[in-house]
Design a protein. Structure first.
Length: 363
């Protein structure tokens, strides 16, 4: 473990199954049986008022983000009107603000913002489908499966075979160009994130076929509106060549930003074996890694650096995650359950080290 990491107990790559199963926790409100390991912690979190909605916080955050978005696009028109290629520098703040919208959509999908599901869905559609071109239904389906069984091959879509693989068993099955990618996936991880922003949009359109007709019309209509509006803005403000370059750079930076926010959370942490029956507390804590927070890290990672707390109670508002951390850490210490927290650089080192080790049999 690097010196900047801090773990109460060393976490092995795969933790053996506990002898007695705990009740399973849901992806949004994991209420546990009275005798479970998680129930006392949940009572503490409730008693501390950390499940209260933070409507004022989110109202200010969303308003500021939308105003800054408008300011960036106004600057695109002003600078683009001069014909200067310096307009491409605005792709960086545009990518950061796009990620902020993604974090809001994430929180709305977890029912963190408003009291009712309809209001949360409206917020998710606005910040996901319309502002980002990323389908709220696609993300919610995929992400809730991840929350229910993090790092569990066959149950968590985030560790299924794709451009990257996460176990040596997956690696040895690779053939052709995919085999080359797996050999060097740790080195290629960040370059591949340059395509992630575009990949999210493609996956959102592909997922429309799964949806009921009415939902498909709403989600698909907003995705089309985003695509048409985004293209119209760029082509109105910039020359065709500048518009293509700006869109490519914006999406590349957005993909890297989102990937850097999500990569440290689970990669290289415990992966449950088939047949393991962990309770909610162990299933979420043992598979998650926190990144030590400060104002800059919390901003760039969208508060999701408190990943353990987020996974334990996904409906807890994001501003409360850091406040819940001392309660969670102390509870895990009492039970002797490993609670992993590390620095930002160390988190990437550990995640990339796991990816490198997975590809080792092919080298």
């Amino acid at each position: 473990m690097p010196p900047e990491s801090r773990t109460l107990t060393a976490a092995p790559p795969v933790v053996p199954a506990v002898p007695r199963p705990e009740p399973q926790g849901g992806p949004t409100a994991p209420e546990q049986a009275a005798g479970s390991e998680f129930a006392p912690l949940l009572r503490q979190i409730k008693d501390a008022g950390l499940l209260r909605r933070r409507r004022g916080h989110y109202a200010v955050s969303m308003t500021v983000n939308l105003l800054l978005f408008a300011a960036v696009w106004a600057a695109v028109f002003l600078v683009g009107g001069t014909g200067s290629w310096r307009v491409l520098a605005l792709a960086l703040p545009a990518a950061v603000l796009s990620a902020r919208s993604g974090f809001v959509g994430h929180d709305a999908g977890h029912q963190q913002i408003a009291a009712g599901r309809r209001a949360n869905r409206a917020i998710a559609l606005l910040h996901g489908n319309l502002l980002l071109g990323m389908g709220a239904a696609w993300w919610s389906d995929k992400h809730n499966k991840h929350h229910a069984n993090p790092n569990h091959v066959g149950k968590d879509p985030d560790v299924e075979v794709g451009a990257l693989v996460w176990t040596r068993a997956q690696a040895v099955e690779r053939r052709g160009f995919a085999r080359f990618l797996t050999k060097y996936q740790a080195w290629l991880f960040f370059p591949m994130l340059l395509l992630e922003g575009l990949a999210l949009k493609v996956a959102s359109f592909q997922d429309l076929r799964r949806l009921p007709r009415r939902e498909r019309l709403v989600e698909g209509g907003l995705l089309v509106a985003h695509t048409a509006g985004y293209a119209a803005l760029l082509l109105t403000a910039l020359s065709p060549a500048q518009a293509v370059a700006f869109a490519a750079l914006h999406h590349a930076l957005f993909g890297v930003h989102l990937g850097c926010a999500f990569a440290p959370n689970h990669k290289g942490m415990a992966m449950p074996e088939e047949g393991s029956r962990w309770g909610h507390l162990r299933r979420q804590v043992l598979t998650s890694r926190n990144v030590r927070g400060n104002p800059v890290v919390d901003f760039l990672l969208g508060g999701l650096n408190y990943q353990v707390e987020h996974h334990l109670v996904p409906s807890m508002p994001r501003p409360h995650l850091r406040l819940a951390q001392p309660l969670v850490r102390a509870h895990c210490a009492r039970l002797g359950i490993p609670y992993t927290e590390t620095g930002l650089v160390a988190s990437y080192r550990q995640a990339l080290g796991h990816m490198h080790a997975v590809g080792e049999p092919l080298r």
